[in-house]
Design a protein around this ligand. Structure first.
Ligand code: NAP
Length: 508
């Protein structure tokens, strides 16, 4: 049996839940949210490693319509974020729309019907007018294929697949990787482990996290009508003013780099360790980490930072290229995610059978990270180049959700079977985007999950959250075009002509 719906949202993290709330508020009832996991939560369901929390303040890392009013912690913990998302879903009546343990495997646009046919891994087929992919980027663990990986005799797992059955007390632990996850994890495990070896390939820039607790006075003050909004706005402005400029080369990043260097010097007194953890690339080249405990943990008697590259993994530990063998009972991969691959492993076919993954083989791109020419009535949340390393990603998603709702409204208003972003709007946007990225430090040689394997910067947004909002504050008709049913692959020339006739301008 084929299920017939108006809208299918894929993913129940911040993007999918926020989209569901917007649909409900607009009066949509005929939609489902497909979720591969058994609960809502996205990355905050997947990551349960000790110390997992968020280094963005809770009053910013939340929806504008659902404030954390009584948060005691300035930075929300993983469980707190998970229960916040569950609460938002409950409060807004999303539970009946959720289809948990239901992973999408394929999405195909049916040209004749101007509808999407979606297939789940358990064999269900759904047809829908509109599909919205809110898959997120940081949920498919990356485990490097280091020689001997399968020979390790003890427990070995990724930070996003934490094995809670393992007792780490008194054990020798190897942690591979020194990104955000490792930095949060290390202080927690070092307190109980026998010995921890941390294998660092590239040092990271760290900045301190301001005080963690909100006192009773601050909490009370945030209940004053309007105070929460003012505080949230101030946090946004602060991030846009202080953090966003770091992405640009030159003077604007210097104060942050001086500050980070001073912090490192204050916290790491041993000259050898200090040299080992000092990055040789500009701050912001990788996502900056906000933390207070990592540097002091590296100096603990039972923690050793290893900077010699890993040669191989053996049954009882890790060997480095200098010939050293370090024993380990437990091996933890804090090695990040397959973040530069978008929409994997879903097979997406658009107009005329075109295959999204083939189009994106050199790196994904999408108009404002939310729409791709040739894929009518299909939208993304947190698609390519819409991750902000300098602010609140739930807010970026809310801006995209607002724009997608405008697209749905416009499509209904003009009674169009389908709409898609035009080739000209996409080309103009792409031109602007590449120009903006060229002015950032991300194009430098340092490795990061911001980039595709070929070096193209595919993840971060090269501006402020406010500039993202400004560029989405246009009517969809400025960038989108109507696609009649029965339209296969239009030639680029005809698509361009179609839009020039409509006097289209880029949506910026
Ligand atoms: P990550 O930042 O991608 O770090 C992966 C680490 O693994 C890097 O140190 C990397 O070294 C290392 N690595 C990868 N392959 C290796 C190999 N073959 N040999 C040795 N080392 C290897 O991953 P993550 O720490 O999980 O964080 C990912 C993102 O998740 C963050 O940037 C952040 O956006 C998000 N996150 C956010 C929070 C938060 O508080 N908001 C918390 C956790 C995670 P190289 O640097 O040399 O590549």
């Amino acid at each position: 049996m084929v299920l017939d719906l108006k809208v299918v949202v894929v993913g129940a993290g911040f993007g999918g839940i926020g989209m569901g709330v917007a649909l409900k508020r607009a009066g949509y009832e005929d939609f489902v949210i497909l979720e591969k996991g058994d609960r809502v939560g996205g990355v905050w369901r997947e990551n349960t490693y000790p110390g997992c929390d968020c280094d963005v303040p809770s009053h910013l890392y939340s929806f504008s319509f659902a404030p954390y009013r009584s948060a005691k912690q300035r930075y929300p913990g993983q469980e707190q974020i998970l229960s916040y998302l569950r609460q938002v879903a409950d409060d807004h009546g999303l539970t009946p729309h959720l289809r948990l343990n239901s992973a999408l495997s394929a999405a195909t646009y049916l040209d004749d019907l101007a509808r999407w046919e979606l297939t789940t891994t358990d064999g269900e087929t759904i047809r829908a007018d509109v599909v919205i992919f809110a898959l997120g980027q940081l949920h498919r663990p990356y485990i490097p294929s280091i020689q001997g990986r399968d020979l390790f005799a003890g427990p070995a797992f990724h930070t996003a697949r934490w094995d809670h059955h393992q007792d780490l007390r008194g054990r020798d632990i190897a942690v591979i990787g020194t990104g955000s996850s490792a930095v949060q994890l290390l202080p927690q495990i070092a307190r109980i482990a026998g010995r921890v070896h941390v294998y660092q390939r590239t040092p990271q820039w760290l900045l301190p996290k301001p005080a963690r607790e909100f006192g009773p006075v601050s909490r009370l003050a945030l209940h004053v009508p309007g105070a929460h909004q003012v505080y949230r706005r101030a946090l946004h402005r602060g991030a846009d003013t202080l953090l966003a400029p770091i992405m640009h080369r030159g003077w604007s990043a210097r104060p942050a780099q001086w500050f980070a260097r001073a912090y490192l010097h204050r916290r790491v007194t041993d000259p050898g360790l200090r040299a080992a953890v000092t990055p040789d690339y500009p701050i912001g080249g990788k996502r900056i980490i906000f933390d207070n405990a990592y540097y002091s943990t590296l100096a603990r008697h039972n923690v050793k930072l290893v900077t010699d590259p890993i040669q191989r993994i053996v049954a009882d530990g890790v060997e480095t290229v200098d010939g050293a063998h370090r024993r380990a009972d437990i091996l933890i991969y804090a090695t990040g995610f397959r973040a530069a691959e978008f929409m994997v492993p879903i097979s997406v076919r658009g107009r005329g059978g075109q295959v999204l993954q083939e189009q994106w083989s050199d790196g994904a791109d999408a108009f404002m990270g939310l729409a791709v020419p040739g894929y009518p009535n299909a939208f993304l949340i947190a698609g390519p180049n819409s991750f902000t390393p300098a602010g609140s990603n739930p807010t970026m998603k809310e801006y995209q959700i607002g724009y997608i709702m405008e697209c749905l409204r416009w499509r209904e208003e003009i009674d169009a079977p389908a709409i898609e972003v035009g080739a000209t709007a996409m080309a103009r946007y792409r031109n602007w985007l590449q120009g903006a990225i060229a002015k950032t430090i991300w194009t430098g040689s340092v490795n990061s999950w911001f980039k595709h394997a070929n070096g193209r910067v595919v993840n971060p947004w090269p501006g402020t959250t406010r500039s993202f909002a400004r560029m989405l504050a246009h009517h969809p008709a400025d960038a989108f075009t109507v696609v009649p049913a029965g339209t296969g692959i239009a030639s680029k020339a005809s698509a361009d002509a179609e839009q020039t006739d409509r006097g289209e301008g880029a949506s910026r």
